[in-house]
Design a protein around this ligand. Structure first.
Ligand code: BGC
Length: 759
């Protein structure tokens, strides 16, 4: 059948030729070609697949590696399109796909000053987790996301999720404590807050990067069940909340037994393919920690999607393996899909960041709000606190540069201080573009804020270098407030939990001796700690007040003053256990301490040291308070502990086994408004083999006026009521009797009830 006459054919030909030229000229004039993946009614997965169909091999390869060290090293080139943050991945401009600009942003955006930007320093994550307030952590992430957007970044590589197994770990301030439910919830909310700004989020360092000493050579050993019920459970919970774009795999090796075998985290098939991608159903992409990739085909096949920061393995070597068919194209498409679908899912293609000035005051107020909930009152003998502005006559402020600033942590979590470091630093700086070993004080002066709150009192400062001089000022003052600190950073651990005896410039400042001298001169002594994690307090019995402020962020001084003078009731409760001394820990010495001992601030594990193990088999899932309880050890301050200026009573626990809820009443039995963290723990049935310790299963933040009562119903997380069955490769809830406990800390649970789970 003839469908068209010859004349019709020539007409059609003319028309299509005309259309072709019209299209070509539209293209020549810069009109965009049709981009079906920009149809927002399609799912992120459909949109990603449409892009992949158009991509060349080279374009795909660009998605599986970074472009070099960028702003991290002074000698590294900054590619076109990169903002000079920690990482940059080239986009596909011809298809309208932007590059990925990644910024370190664990406690605020890093390297902002290089771009002439202001970035808010938030309180440490370990402190923010002491809020037990998921909304505060969402706010935390939103500040980061908001400021990243303002600076043009479309991905955060913060989100520290490793559990505090090692209290001397230099990075504990970036992490959310020792409990998988608390830490997983907090970090999940943080990453969700980042992503609420249409910036891709990330969770790191997967997995068991629980110490910095020898981090690039250490082999973390742990049983499979214990792994799933501890660190990996934290990741599982956080991933379930945030669905982040990225998971950064860690530097160390892991031996998870069974299935056995030892592999780098970034090429560990069990951790990446089996647990993360299959069991946790993670849809985003796995990126290596910077320099943490060790192979091409092996790593790519084991589930690593993107080498960072360069292309040593996932550049030419991997491309060749793909071209030769050694690695199927489908695996490359899968990796690229994971990146692209994350970009679509987070809106970074539909709504890319717009440059604008960051609002420092909004950031400061948000940081202060989080600090208000992070600071933990650990001791308040004779109700020395809150101080009364009306009656206090004189205060001695001592130590830790409290006249000018608050301490911040180092490494890739460092944030540039506005106006520069508040304290001149003459110590050893890290070679390269960023001074991540610089001890940075932020311009938030406790002295000034305390003076503001006590305008009629004589408030004087002593640097605390000479204990005798400090004691003299303390003796002549009504109240002494001693600030002590422990600076921490990525790339190092403290050799012990004792307070450091050297200051940031290597000058001897024996902080324990300082506190002892001050309290001997004036019994009305309050110690304020600015530490990265728990520390020993040999003077704890002697002083009247102890306040753990962590690294409190740019609103830190205001927040601290609000707590000292009682405008804010302390509502922080410890996200970690404070041991009495290192002898009580599962590892009295940091594994590989011989490496840490080599220098005062060793960049641990980058040398040629012999690999070694951090063997977590004995303690397994019994991290922190679980270890202390099952080993019958009494810590200095237990997990979940913290005082308020009022006190609370608990009554009437009722458990609903079908709903997994615990209902009880909390009453503010004091005369001030305050907030309690009502905590629920469970001891599992004997059949689980894990019945010699309690585990956190839920909590609620309860704000109560004086005399007020509230009945709260706390949902108990099913995963934490379960154990991991290695045979079934799943969590199961054992039948039997569960002891449910409720109260104000892991060590103070006045209410108990039995929950029976039927066969
Ligand atoms: C850290 C990561 C960080 C990366 C990029 C590494 O040294 O372990 O947490 O994101 O550097 O700065």
């Amino acid at each position: 059948m003839r469908m068209f006459s010859d004349s019709a054919k020539s007409l059609l030909l003319c028309a299509s030729t005309a259309l072709f030229f019209a299209g070509a000229s539209a293209l020549a004039q810069g009109a965009p070609p049709p981009r079906p993946w920009m149809d927002t009614s399609l799912s992120p997965d459909q949109r990603a697949d449409l892009v992949i169909k158009q991509m060349t091999l080279d374009e795909k390869m660009n998605f599986v590696h970074g472009t070099g060290w960028n702003g991290l090293r002074a000698d590294a080139a900054i590619p076109k399109g990169s903002l000079g943050g920690a990482g940059y991945v080239e986009g596909v401009p011809r298809l309208g796909i932007p590059g990925i600009n990644m910024a370190d942003s664990a406690v605020g955006v890093r390297l902002s000053a290089a771009g002439s930007h202001y970035a808010t320093l938030l309180p440490s994550v370990i402190g923010a987790a002491c809020s037990w307030d998921p909304d505060a952590l969402f706010l935390y992430g939103s500040v980061i996301g908001r400021e990243l957007r303002d600076m043009g970044y479309n991905m955060s590589i913060g989100g520290g999720m490793d559990l505090m197994r090692e209290p001397r770990n230099g990075r504990n301030f970036e992490y959310a404590g020792e409990d998988p439910l608390l830490a997983g919830t907090m970090v999940g909310k943080l990453a969700a807050g980042v992503q609420s700004n249409q910036v891709m989020g990330d969770i790191k360092h997967y997995a068991f990067n629980d110490q910095e000493t020898g981090r690039t050579i250490v082999n973390a050993i742990i049983g499979q069940r214990a792994a799933r019920e501890s660190d990996l459970l934290g990741f599982q919970i956080a991933l379930g909340i945030a669905h982040p774009a990225g998971v950064m795999c860690s530097y160390n090796k892991d031996t998870i037994t069974p299935p056995g075998g030892t592999d780098w985290s970034c090429e560990n098939d069990y951790l990446l393919n089996q647990v993360l991608k299959k069991d946790f159903d993670f849809k985003g992409f796995v990126l290596s920690d910077w320099g943490g990739t060790h192979s091409d085909v092996h790593a790519f096949t084991a589930g690593l999607d993107q080498e960072q920061p360069g292309s040593r393995y996932f550049g030419d070597p991997l491309e060749k393996a793909i071209q030769s068919g050694q690695v199927p194209m489908s695996r490359l498409d899968d990796a690229v899909h994971r990146v692209l679908r994350s970009m679509f899912a987070n809106g970074v293609i539909d709504n890319p960041p717009q440059f604008q000035e960051t609002d420092p005051f909004r950031g400061r107020d948000d940081a202060k709000h989080i600090a208000d909930e992070s600071i933990v009152l650990l001791k308040n003998a004779d109700r020395i606190l809150p101080l009364s502005a009306a009656s206090v006559k004189s205060i001695a402020i001592i130590g830790s540069h409290a006249d000018v600033g608050v301490l911040s942590g180092g490494g890739s979590a460092q944030v540039d201080a506005p106006g520069g470091n508040a304290v001149p630093f003459r110590g050893k700086k890290h070679a390269g573009g960023s001074n991540w070993m610089e001890v940075v004080y932020f311009p938030s002066s406790p002295l000034k804020e305390i003076r503001k709150d006590a305008p009629d009192a004589k408030v004087e400062y002593d640097p605390g270098i000479d204990p005798a001089a400090a004691a003299k000022l303390a003796a002549s003052s009504q109240i002494a407030i001693v600030f002590v600190n422990q600076w921490m950073s990525e790339g190092m651990d403290r050799p012990t939990s004792e307070l450091p005896v050297l200051d940031e410039n290597g000058k001897k400042v024996d902080q324990d001796a300082l506190v002892n001298a001050v309290v001997a001169a004036n019994p009305h002594t309050i110690v304020v700690l600015e530490t990265g994690g728990p520390v020993d307090m040999p003077w704890a019995d002697k002083v009247q007040g102890i306040v753990e402020a962590w690294y409190p962020g740019i609103g830190g001084a205001q927040s601290l003053a609000s707590i000292l003078f009682g405008q804010v009731d302390p509502s922080g409760r410890l996200s970690v256990t404070f041991a009495k001394s290192d002898d009580q820990l599962p590892h009295p010495q940091v594994p590989g301490l011989h490496i840490a001992a080599k220098g005062s601030l060793p960049e641990a594990g980058f040398g040629k040291e012999t690999p070694f193990d951090a063997d977590y088999t004995a303690e397994g899932a019994r991290v922190g308070y679980k270890w202390f309880e099952s080993e019958h050890k009494t810590p200095l301050f237990p997990f979940g502990f913290g005082l308020s200026y009022t006190h609370f009573e608990f009554s009437g626990l009722h458990v609903d086994a079908a709903q997994h809820t615990a209902t009880f009443t909390v009453r503010n039995a004091g005369v001030r408004t305050g907030t309690e963290i009502a905590q629920v723990y469970a001891v599992l049935p004997a059949s689980t083999g894990e019945n010699n310790y309690r585990r956190l299963v839920g909590w609620d933040r309860v704000a109560l006026k004086a005399g007020e009562s509230k009945t709260v119903t706390v949902s108990m997380n099913a995963l934490t009521l379960s154990t991991f069955d290695v045979g079934k490769n799943d969590f199961t809830m054992a039948p039997g009797d569960y002891q449910i406990l409720a109260g104000s800390s892991s060590a103070d649970t006045p209410l108990t009830a039995t929950m029976h789970v039927a066969e």
